[in-house]
Design a protein. Structure first.
Length: 494
C-alpha cells in the first residue's frame, strides 16, 4: 500500500488544486489525546485565572467567558480551561458568525470576557471588535498559555471540574425562526451526556476519531467528538482546513488519505454531498488505495452531524456507503441543548438508532423492546424529535406514544439529559410570539393614513392587506371595519 505521504501529492494533482497557488502553506493535522491536551489546558487556565481576578470584583456569581474560534484541539483546551477556572464557558463558532451575530450572542449570554482559540487572524479580529463594542476584554488562547507558563503552579491538585462547577452555556437555534438562544447545561448533565456518547459510539483507547468541518459550538461537536473520546483515552484528529470552500473539501480528502488509523469519522452534514462529488474527481489509483485500506480497516462509524429539521437523503446514504465502505449515521442536534436523535441508514431505510434526552416534566415513560414510549397530557406540545407521524405512533388503548427511539444499552431515560422545563417552554413561546409580531410601527404627523370603511357580508371571509399586516374579517354585516391605507388589495373569496 502506498504511504500517505506519497498519496497526498497524487491526490492534489488529480484534482488540479494547489495550496501554494492560494497563498497557503502545508495544512496541519492537529492530533491530540487527553494526556497531551492537559498541559495546554492547565497553562491556559492559569493565565485565565489571572485575567478573571480583576473581573470578579465587579460581578456577582461566576464570570461568563466566551470561547470563540474553530473546532480544534486549542478550542477544546480553552473551553476546558474556562470551566476549570470557575467560569461559565460559552462556546461560539467564529467561522459561522459575523460581527453582528457575535454581538447578539455575547449580549444574549451576558459575556464578560472573550477568548479566541483556533481562529484565523480575520476571524479573531472580528471577535475582538464585537467584544470591544460590548466593553468586554479579549485574549487569545496562545497569549493565556504564555502567561500561564510564567505563573506559579496552583496549590490545589488538577483534575476534572467538580459536580458543583459552573455550567456550560450552549446556544440552540430553532429551525423556524433561526434565532440562537442561550441555555445553561449543568456539569452533571454534561457528564451524563459524555457517558451516553461513550456507550453510543463505543469509544476505546485504540480509537482515532477524525472530525471534518464541524461547527465549534454544537453540543455534538463538544461532547461526542471531543469530550467523550478524550475521556475514553482515544485520540482526536482535527485537520486545519483552508479558508476557501473549494480548498476545504480537498483538505478533508487529504486528511482522510493521511489518517490511516482513523476508526470513527464525524463530518458536518453540509459537507457530505461535496465530499462525494469530489470523490468522483479523484484519480483512479487514489480511489483504489482508499478502497483497499477501508476494506482491510473499515470505519466503525461514519457520522453526519446535522441540525434539527434536516431531511434524510436515502440516495446520499447509498452513495456514501459505496464510497466509504461504511453506512452513514445521521446525528441530529435538536433545538434543546443536549437533546439528540440518531438515525442510522440500513437496507430497510433510515431507522431511529438512539435517543438522548429525558421526557419532559409531566410525562411518564416506559421501555418496551429497548424502545422509548411516553405518555401524558402535554405529550404533543412538549415531546420533541418524533421521526414519524403522531397518528402512526400513538396507541389509543393506553395513551402511550411510540417514539421509535432506541434506548442506549445499560441506561434508561432518567440517566440522560432533561428536556427544557415548563417555564423555559413558556418563555420560548412568548419570545417567538413577540418576534413574530415585531416592533410597533410609529406613525408621524406626516404619515397619517386616510380611512377606508367597508361593510362585509356574512359568510364572506376577506383579508385586506395593508402596510402593517393583515386583518381577517369574519363577522356580520352590521360590523364596520376601519382599514389603513387607501390602496388595498382584496384576496379571493372563500
Amino acid at each position: 500500500m502506498a504511504s500517505a505521504r506519497a498519496g497526498a501529492p497524487l491526490l492534489l494533482r488529480a484534482v488540479g488544486w494547489r495550496q501554494a497557488a492560494r497563498g497557503g502553506g502545508r495544512r496541519q493535522r492537529l492530533s491530540t489525546c487527553a494526556a497531551s491536551l492537559r498541559p495546554l489546558e492547565a497553562n491556559i487556565r492559569l493565565g485565565l485565572q489571572a485575567r478573571l481576578a480583576g473581573l470578579q470584583q465587579w460581578t456577582e456569581g461566576p464570570p461568563r467567558v466566551a470561547v470563540a474560534g474553530r473546532h480544534s484541539a486549542e478550542f477544546a483546551a480553552a473551553l476546558r480551561a474556562a470551566r476549570a477556572a470557575g467560569a461559565v464557558a460559552v462556546p461560539v463558532d467564529a467561522r459561522r458568525c459575523g460581527q453582528d451575530d457575535l454581538m447578539e450572542r455575547f449580549a444574549e449570554a451576558q459575556v464578560q470576557m472573550a477568548v479566541t482559540a483556533g481562529a484565523p487572524g480575520a476571524e479573531a479580529a472580528t471577535v475582538q471588535e464585537a467584544a470591544r463594542l460590548l466593553a468586554a476584554p479579549t485574549a487569545s488562547a496562545r497569549a493565556l498559555h504564555g502567561e500561564g507558563l510564567g505563573a506559579a503552579a496552583p496549590a490545589t491538585p488538577e483534575g476534572e471540574p467538580s459536580c458543583d462547577a459552573p455550567p456550560l452555556l450552549l446556544f440552540s437555534t430553532r429551525p423556524d425562526n433561526h434565532v440562537a438562544r442561550a441555555a445553561e447545561v449543568p456539569h452533571r448533565a454534561v457528564s451524563a451526556r459524555v457517558a451516553a456518547a461513550m456507550r453510543l459510539w463505543g469509544f476505546t483507547e485504540g480509537d482515532t476519531v477524525l472530525s471534518l468541518g464541524l461547527p465549534a459550538d454544537e453540543p455534538a461537536s463538544i461532547v461526542d467528538t471531543l469530550e467523550a473520546p478524550l475521556a475514553a483515552g482515544a485520540r482526536v484528529t482535527i485537520p486545519e482546513l483552508g479558508h476557501a470552500a473549494e480548498g476545504e473539501v480537498w483538505d478533508m480528502w487529504a486528511a482522510l488519505l493521511a489518517e490511516e488509523e482513523a476508526t470513527v469519522l464525524f463530518v458536518a452534514s453540509e459537507w457530505c454531498q461535496k465530499l462525494l462529488l469530489a470523490h468522483t474527481k479523484l484519480a483512479g489509483s487514489v480511489r483504489a488505495e482508499l478502497a483497499t485500506r477501508w476494506a482491510k480497516r473499515p470505519f466503525r462509524h461514519t457520522v453526519a452531524i446535522a441540525p434539527r429539521g434536516t431531511a434524510l437523503s436515502v440516495d446520499l446514504s447509498d452513495r456514501w456507503a459505496k464510497a466509504f465502505g461504511c453506512p452513514l449515521t445521521w446525528h441530529f442536534s435538536c433545538a434543546e441543548a443536549g437533546a439528540l436523535l440518531t438515525v442510522r441508514s440500513s437496507a430497510e431505510g433510515p431507522e431511529a438508532w438512539a435517543h438522548e434526552g429525558r421526557c419532559a416534566e409531566g410525562l411518564t415513560w416506559r421501555v418496551e423492546d429497548d424502545e422509548l414510549w411516553v405518555s401524558g397530557d402535554s405529550l404533543f406540545e412538549r415531546y420533541h424529535g418524533r421521526p414519524r407521524s403522531t397518528e402512526e405512533a400513538f396507541r389509543a388503548e393506553d395513551g402511550f406514544c411510540r417514539t421509535f427511539h432506541r434506548v442506549a444499552a445499560g441506561s434508561g431515560p432518567d440517566g440522560l439529559l432533561p428536556l427544557p422545563a415548563l417555564a423555559e417552554v413558556e418563555l420560548e413561546k412568548l419570545t417567538d410570539s413577540a418576534m413574530y409580531k415585531g416592533p410597533e410601527t410609529r406613525i408621524g404627523p406626516g404619515m397619517m393614513p386616510t380611512w377606508k370603511v367597508k361593510k362585509v357580508p356574512i359568510r364572506v371571509y376577506d383579508t385586506w392587506r395593508t402596510a402593517w399586516g393583515g386583518l381577517d374579517v369574519t363577522k356580520k354585516t352590521t360590523t364596520v371595519h376601519k382599514l389603513y391605507l387607501p390602496k388595498y388589495k382584496k384576496r379571493r373569496k372563500l
